[in-house]
Design a binder for this molecule. Structure first.
Ligand SMILES: [Zn+2]
Length: 137
């Protein structure tokens, strides 16, 4: 089962997908990604946009075998085989799940990474872009 993201929903989420825009709660300063309308920590509703640095460290990582990839990644898997997916803890606090790029083997926990924008897949005739994480020098 893949993730279907309609074209209008994709376009509405471009700030988070291309600028890694989260939100910071004005009441308790918690940072959330993806952006939320209500702070789950304090129930505050005043959240301001906050572009995230994209810098973080790997907290967990696994390899997705070609047969286990969601259908939207069929072309990628056909070209490159399996890929790595990690949970990355960002410097600002949020944890993000995303693909890794630029790693030849499964990296250890704690590896520093940074977000980069990459072509992800085509859905409904529209090329979808989003972030992956690459090694940070
Ligand atoms: Zn809050």
């Amino acid at each position: 089962m893949g993730a279907h993201v309609s074209v209008p929903m994709y376009r509405r989420s471009l700030p988070q997908r291309l600028r890694l825009e989260g939100r910071r709660c004005a009441a308790c300063a918690a940072v959330h990604f993806p952006p939320l309308a209500v702070c789950p920590r304090c129930r505050g509703t005043e959240l301001e946009p906050l572009p995230l640095s994209g810098r973080g460290v790997i907290e967990a990582v696994t390899e997705i075998a070609p047969a286990g990839a969601p259908p939207e990644f069929t072309d990628q898997v056909r070209a490159d085989g399996g890929y790595f997916v990690a949970i990355v803890s960002l410097a600002e606090g949020p944890r993000i799940t995303a693909q890794l790029t630029g790693f030849a083997s499964l990296p250890p926990i704690g590896t520093p990474v940074e977000a980069v924008i990459r072509r992800l897949y085509v859905q409904e005739g529209v090329v979808r872009y989003g972030f992956k994480f690459r090694p940070r020098p």
